[in-house]
Design a protein around this ligand. Structure first.
Ligand SMILES: Nc1ncnc2c1ncn2[C@@H]1O[C@H](COP(=O)(O)OP(=O)(O)OP(=O)(O)O)[C@@H](O)[C@H]1O
Length: 377
């Protein structure tokens, strides 16, 4: 006899929930998955009504499900958010060009505005040309550092308040393991945060922090969402690969391992004698940095001068420079627009937006409202 759904007790159970082991029907799975994300958003006060939110959209399963769920919840609970798709074109032929086609279809399907910023346009280097110069070994460092800034640059262009990314519970547990294995305590102390202030102006958060990758895939499959599922053509981050495999092995014997690692990471306290970096602004581009010159500027300079090891190798930049052959500047890089300029422009637009909002009273029926004013009593 077919099993009944553990939740509604009427429909036939068609799946076993990876997170809890419950046997449930399709509709109950959609409902519990979406409701858990809603609680993550509300309990952690990720957004305010009226916020302009950029969904980091790569066309992959996580960000496609994120875009779909954010739109659904925004409408269902009347969050009052303005949603945008924000994509970074890293310039990886045969990979990102195809996945961006998926994002363009998602834009139509979900009826959301889309902005694409590219490495080529921002930095003068695509990942294809970086890999040609540095080889496959360290290219992920360039990609990760440039993407983070590119998303912030795109967010300032769109006057966004906040960026959400599709990082899921598996990604976060992997990162905790990796930081433990590397002894990277500053990163370990930051990587479990669900929301950060990024460059001090645009918030960032991970609404899927507690969502299992398997459930995201299941959701995408059962909802028949249109997503792109090819791995990056350049070498995947090898060290993360080990952490991922280890986590998968743990999950197979104990599914709660993913959440348990996240809880452990959250509960770890950094000893007082550990020196954490203090943040300042990059002297060249104004981006938030723990050094006087940010990592992106150091990497770009290395590319420009034909010393791509700059910013990657353990040796000091001085040593690398001394050892490097005298190579003429390639003159390829564009000087990225200074962050101060971008912020100033965005700040003026934001001020005007807040003024407009202050003159219209709260509609009270949003799940995110924190009003205490008369209009909302
Ligand atoms: N090119 C990009 N443009 C915009 N956002 C991106 C891009 N690449 C990654 N992101 C954001 O960062 C998140 C994590 O990226 P990661 O590279 O780990 O991919 P992933 O786990 O395969 O996610 P996805 O399935 O969404 O591609 C993505 O879910 C997305 O929100």
């Amino acid at each position: 006899m077919p099993r009944q759904c553990n939740i509604c007790q009427t429909a036939r159970a068609i799946i076993r929930r990876p997170k809890t082991g419950q046997r449930i029907c399709k509709e109950c799975f959609f409902y519990v998955f979406e409701t858990e994300i809603h609680h993550t958003i509300v309990d952690n006060r990720l957004f305010k009504p009226g916020d302009r939110i950029g969904i980091g959209a790569s066309g992959g399963k996580d960000s496609t499900v994120l875009a779909y769920v954010m739109k659904t919840l925004n409408e269902r609970y009347n969050y009052g958010l303005e949603l945008f798709l924000l994509s970074v074109d890293e310039g990886i032929s045969g990979y990102r060009d195809d996945s961006l086609e998926t994002v363009k279809r998602n834009q139509q399907q979900y009826d959301l505005p889309l902005k694409i910023v590219s490495y080529e346009q921002l930095y003068g280097w695509s990942m294809d040309s970086i890999v040609e110069t540095v080889g496959r070994k360290n290219n992920c460092t360039f990609c990760g550092v440039f993407r983070r800034q590119a998303l912030d640059r795109g967010a300032l262009m769109l006057d966004l308040d906040h960026i959400v990314t599709g990082h899921n519970a598996d990604d976060i547990a992997e990162t905790i393991l990796m930081n433990i294995l590397r002894g990277d305590i500053p990163r370990l102390s930051r990587c479990t945060e669900i929301a950060t202030m990024g460059d001090g102006y645009i918030g960032r958060s991970k609404p899927f922090k507690y969502a299992y990758e398997k459930e995201i895939v299941m959701y995408a499959y059962l909802k028949r969402l249109d997503y792109f599922s090819t791995e990056c053509t350049y070498s995947p981050n090898a060290y993360r690969g080990y952490a991922r495999q280890f986590l998968k092995d743990l999950e197979a014997v104990r599914p709660s391992a993913i959440i348990d690692i996240i809880y452990s990471g959250e509960a770890m306290k950094v000893a007082e004698n550990v020196k954490l970096p203090t943040m300042t602004s990059c002297e060249r581009c104004g981006y938030i940095s723990s050094n006087s010159i940010c990592k992106a500027c150091v990497l770009l300079e290395g590319l420009e001068r034909g010393v791509p090891k700059m910013g990657i190798a353990k040796a000091s930049s001085k040593q690398i420079e001394q050892d490097a052959p005298e190579v003429a500047r390639r003159g390829k890089a564009v000087e990225p627009v200074h962050f101060e300029k971008l912020r100033e422009k965005a700040l003026n637009i934001r001020k005007q937006r807040m003024l407009n909002a202050a003159t219209s009273s709260c509609s009270k029926d949003t799940a995110l409202c924190e009003c205490t004013g008369d209009s909302c009593q």
